[in-house]
Design a protein around this ligand. Structure first.
Ligand SMILES: Nc1nc2c(ncn2[C@@H]2O[C@H](COP(=O)(O)OP(=O)(O)O)[C@@H](O)[C@H]2O)c(=O)[nH]1
Ligand SMILES: [Mg+2]
Length: 314
């Protein structure tokens, strides 16, 4: 499916037409022709939705919690879009199908839109694909966009870059706090949820997290205990998320400008990376490496020559 007329799709997306929204998401996910123009046309109509990233180790309860949050936000009248980002799979994996099934309870609700995103072709990587998907849903009028990350590691950090509020979900078993620190999740978390509080050890993890967080200078993120399975602690969690949203609101223009700056940098780097080794540069370098003597093959000197254009064919 190609977006042959991005401007048509643009107005239908802004109308909130579900089919148009789905097509637009397919376009940005795959980097289809017209997708960039579509995102640019929608961008001026974004900035209203609250984008919450939900991240954490597999099995922590992110999907269960996402489902609870959808219900909580719907109860107070907000419309919600859910994006499940799976950077690891070019296909719709089993986990995502599971998420779909769980989300079925919202299937009849016009105020909820659920979609998985594999991010195959977007220039600028997962951050850009996620941000573009959020733009589509924002412009379509959804009040809240929940972005669940299915992948681990860098994928989670990328998604955190693309959302306003990052909720990190951890569970008492399996040394999650240590894992989270290693993965860099402590730095990106705005709110922590210690899930599966119906199990023992949850309080210990909450204490350990708070102790670690208070060692830092910055305003410590809230740590909330919940059981997504039983629906406990949801009120406190929503309150903590709202608290972060209120802090964002005070600096919203500044945050949006900073995000745009980072995004354009990523796009420029993406273009640059894609285009740099074309135009014979790769061949020229391979040739040079073969022909040069041992001294000439010094890696840093060669890199500097490539950057200065010194290896270009005449
Ligand atoms: N005991 C308990 N199990 C939970 C809780 N939340 C989720 N689970 C279970 O943990 C498993 C993984 O949940 P899921 O939401 O798919 O985790 P995800 O991989 O992070 O999305 C499922 O079997 C859930 O039913 C909870 O609060 N308590
Ligand atoms: Mg999940």
């Amino acid at each position: 499916m190609s977006v042959s007329d991005a401007s048509d799709l643009d107005s239908a997306v802004r109308d909130g037409q579900r089919r148009a929204v789905a097509r637009a998401l397919t376009a940005v996910e795959n980097g289809l022709p017209g997708a960039d123009a579509l995102v640019d046309a929608l961008y001026p109509h974004t900035g209203r939705a609250w984008r919450i990233g939900i991240t954490g180790p597999p099995g922590a309860g992110k999907s269960t919690l996402t489902d609870r949050l959808v219900t909580a936000f719907r109860e107070r009248g907000e419309t919600v879009a859910v994006v499940a980002v799976d950077p690891s799979s070019p296909f719709t994996g089993g986990a995502l199908l599971g998420d779909r099934v769980r989300m079925d309870r919202h299937a009849e609700d016009d105020g909820v839109f659920v979609r998985s995103l594999a991010a195959r072709g977007a220039l600028g990587g997962l951050s850009e694909a996620t941000e573009a998907a959020c733009d589509v849903l924002d412009a379509a009028g959804y009040d809240i966009v929940l972005v669940e990350t299915v992948g681990v590691g860098q994928g989670e950090i990328d998604v955190a870059e693309a959302t306003d509020t990052t909720l990190v979900v951890l569970v008492p078993e399996s040394g999650d706090a240590v894992q989270a620190m290693k993965a860099g999740l402590m730095e990106v978390a705005d709110v922590f949820c210690v899930n599966k509080a119906d199990k023992p050890e949850a309080s210990n993890l909450v204490r350990a997290l708070r102790a670690t967080l208070h060692l830092r200078d910055v305003e410590a993120p809230a740590v909330v205990k919940a059981s997504a399975l039983e629906g406990d602690g949801l009120g406190a969690l929503v309150e903590a998320l709202d608290g972060h949203r209120a802090r964002l609101a005070a600096r919203w223009d500044e945050i949006r400008a900073e995000r745009l700056r980072r995004r354009v940098r990523r796009l420029v780097e993406g273009h640059w990376r894609r285009d740099f080794w074309t135009g014979g540069r790769a061949d020229t370098l391979a040739e040079a490496v073969r022909e040069l003597d041992a001294e000439g093959r010094a890696p840093h000197a060669l890199a500097a020559r490539v950057l200065a254009g010194g290896l270009r064919r005449p």
